[in-house]
Design a protein around this ligand. Structure first.
Ligand code: SAH
Length: 339
C-alpha cells in the first residue's frame, strides 16, 4: 500500500523489488504534491511502472459515505473502506486554522461510559494507510493545519499503525504537517507514554482524565481498572520530564457526576503532580445510549474553572463544535448503522 510507505523508505523498498530507486523522488512528487488517487494519474511515470505500482503498492481505496455539516461550519465525513467498515473524521474550521479530527480504530474497546464510539466495542484497528486516507479525504476540503487523533478509537491501543500514519503526514517529503500541529489523545494506556517519549518527535499529547480519583474514574472509564490514576500520572510525569513537553488533561464535565467543587479541588491536586500540566474542560455532549448523563449548567462549569484557576492550574473551558452535525464522538456512524 503506497500510503503505508514512509517517504524515506521508498528507495530501499523499490530496490528490494528490482524496481528503479531513482524513481522514488518522482513518485513522492506524484503522491504528496499532486496528491494522486491512483497511479494511473502519475503521468510522469512510465506506463509499465504505473501498472507495477498499482499492483504492488495500490493507493488505498476509500469512499465518503456520508457528510453532515453543522451551522458553525464543522463538517463530518463518514469514510468507508474496502471491507465495508467505516470511520468518522471531522473538519473544524477556526480563524487561521483548519483542524481535522481523525479516527484510529473502527469502534473502540475502551468502553468509557459517556462515549458513543465505545458503546458497541471495537470492530478492528485501522492500518496506517487507512488513517492516511482519512487525512487525504479531509485535505480535499481545504489545507489541514492541525490534526487531533480524537475520533473513534484509542490510538495507544493501535500504536504502531497510528504512529506510522502520523510520521508519514509529518514527513518533509510527505504532506509535511508540523509535529507540533499533531495531537494524540489517549484514555491512559500507560505503556504508550514511554514509547511516545522514545520516538523523539514533538507530537502533542492529551490525556483523557475525566475524574480525579480511582473510584469515580473506574466507574466512568474501565481502563482505569488496569492502569489506575497513580500509575497514569507517574507515566505522565515521566513523559513530561523526559520530553520537556506539556501534557493536556481532558476533563469532560458531567452534571452531578464529576462536576462538584470537591472534584475540582481534587483534580487540581492530582494534575499538579505532573510538571507542565494543563487542563481542558469539555462540556459533555449528550449521547443517546446514556440519556442519564447530562451537561452541567453554565454556573457549575464556571465554578469548576474558577477552582482550578485559583489553584494555579492552566485551564481552558472548551466549547463543543459541530453539535448539530452529530459531530461529537461516534455519533454519525451510530446513526448510520443504527444505535
Ligand atoms: N481514545 C482517545 C481518543 C478518542 S476520544 C481518548 O480517550 O482520549 C477524544 C476525547 O473525546 C476524549 O477526551 C473523550 O473522553 C472525549 N469524549 C468522548 N465522548 C464524549 C462526550 N460524549 N462528550 C464530551 N467528550 C467526549
Amino acid at each position: 500500500m503506497a500510503w503505508s510507505v514512509l517517504p524515506d523508505e521508498w528507495k530501499p523498498v523499490l530496490a528490494e523489488r528490482g524496481l528503479r530507486p531513482f524513481r522514488a523522488d518522482q513518485m513522492l512528487h506524484c503522491l504528496y504534491r499532486d496528491y494522486i488517487r491512483d497511479w494511473n494519474e502519475a503521468t510522469t511515470l512510465p506506463k509499465d511502472l504505473r501498472e507495477t505500482l498499482n499492483r504492488e503498492f495500490p493507493l488505498t481505496r476509500y469512499e465518503i459515505l456520508d457528510t453532515s455539516e453543522s451551522s458553525d461550519g464543522t463538517k463530518k465525513l463518514l469514510i468507508g473502506f474496502a471491507d465495508g467498515e467505516a470511520v468518522e473524521t471531522v473538519l473544524i474550521p477556526a480563524t487561521g486554522r483548519f483542524t481535522q479530527c481523525i479516527s484510529s480504530q473502527v469502534g473502540c474497546a475502551m468502553g468509557c461510559a459517556f462515549c458513543a464510539s465505545g458503546s458497541r466495542g471495537v470492530v478492528r484497528s485501522l492500518a496506517s494507510d487507512e488513517i492516511v486516507a482519512e487525512y487525504m479525504a479531509g485535505r480535499a476540503f481545504g489545507e489541514i493545519t492541525n490534526i487531533v487523533v480524537m475520533g473513534m478509537g484509542e490510538p495507544f491501543a493501535n500504536y504502531d499503525e497510528t504512529m506510522r500514519a502520523l510520521k508519514l503526514i509529518n514527513a518533509g517529503r510527505g504532506p509535511n504537517l508540523g509535529a507540533r500541529h499533531i495531537t494524540l489523545s489517549t484514555c491512559g494506556v500507560v505503556p504508550g507514554f514511554a514509547k511516545l517519549a522514545a520516538e523523539g518527535i514533538q507530537f502533542e499529547l492529551s490525556v483523557s482524565l475525566h475524574a480525579p480519583n480511582d473510584k469515580l474514574r473506574s466507574q466512568l472509564m474501565p481502563v482505569n481498572r488496569k492502569w489506575p490514576i497513580d500509575e497514569l500520572l507517574d507515566a505522565c510525569a515521566d513523559y513530561t520530564r523526559k520530553t520537556k513537553r506539556a501534557i493536556t488533561f481532558e476533563y469532560t464535565l458531567i452534571a452531578g457526576v464529576n462536576d462538584s467543587r470537591a472534584c475540582a479541588d481534587e483534580l487540581a491536586r492530582q494534575v499538579r503532580r505532573v510538571p507542565l500540566a494543563k487542563v481542558n474542560l469539555i462540556p459533555l455532549s449528550p449521547v443517546s445510549h446514556r440519556p442519564d448523563l447530562k451537561t452541567p449548567d453554565e454556573r457549575t462549569m464556571m465554578m469548576f474553572l474558577d477552582v482550578l484557576m485559583k489553584n494555579h492550574v492552566q485551564t481552558m473551558l472548551r466549547r463543543s463544535r459541530g453539535k448539530d452535525a452529530d459531530a461529537a464522538c461516534g455519533q454519525l456512524r451510530l446513526r448510520r448503522i443504527g444505535g
